[in-house]
Design a protein around this ligand. Structure first.
Ligand code: CA
Length: 227
């Protein structure tokens, strides 16, 4: 059962949301000010936070900033003020979504579901991710990241890198790479492999001054951590 924390100083509203969430089958925790909310997030058992912006003491934006220092827990901001500034500040501060009071409870529930789904999908993607040095490849999303940069690869470059990573530390000969990535009916020679290895190196190694793909002379290539 997913646990949701409500950080809201308006007791009646907090109670109303609590009952609705419990009715939907969520477990609910409540905090009536920012410090208490932050402490409960730090304690670590919640899956999502509904965070009011206008709170006594520590305001919601500041609570969010502090949460983001240690946690990626999804946060939906609640606010009475429908101003662009709030929205931008909140989303820049790492909020996952934003809802303006007064809101229909169905809308809040829909946003909560969407937020939890997105987090679950991101978790799955992270689990199947392949990593070497500072590079991470996400097979489902077909994304490659180095540090915080998204690396733009063509389909063939991505497939080649993916295959090398699946076989990390194993030397792959050119024939095998050609058959695997280009297919058995490809009529070009194995130098296509060399060409694409060069493309990859220009995108993932040279700009970051790292060495991942190693040439094994007379045979092919291997991807491995620098020794
Ligand atoms: Ca408030």
């Amino acid at each position: 059962m997913e646990k949701i924390l409500i950080v809201e100083d308006e007791e009646k509203l907090a109670r109303f949301i609590e009952l609705e969430l419990e009715h939907e089958g969520y477990q609910v925790g409540k905090a009536s000010n920012g410090r208490e909310g932050l402490a409960l997030v730090e304690a670590g058992s919640f899956d999502l936070v509904l965070l009011d912006i206008m709170l006594p003491g520590l305001n919601g934006i500041e609570v969010l900033r502090r949460i983001r220092n240690f946690s990626k827990i999804p946060v939906i901001l609640l606010t009475a003020r429908d101003t662009v500034v709030d929205k931008v500040t909140g989303l820049d501060g790492g909020a996952d979504d934003y809802i303006t009071k007064p809101f229909a409870i169905e809308e809040l529930l829909a946003r909560i579901r969407a937020c939890l789904r997105k987090t679950a999908a991101a978790c799955e993607a992270d689990q199947s991710a392949l990593q070497i040095d500072s590079l991470t490849l996400y097979p489902e999303r077909r994304e490659v990241k180095i540090e915080q940069d998204n690396i733009e690869l063509t389909r063939r470059e991505f497939d080649l890198l993916h295959y090398l990573l699946q076989n990390k530390n194993i030397v792959m000969d050119r024939e095998r790479l050609l058959n695997q990535i280009w297919g058995y009916d490809y009529s070009g020679g194995t130098n296509s492999v060399d060409v694409y290895i060069r493309y990859l190196r220009a995108k993932i190694e040279e700009p970051y001054n790292i060495k991942l793909i190693h040439t094994v002379r007379g045979i092919g290539y291997v991807i491995k951590d620098e020794d």
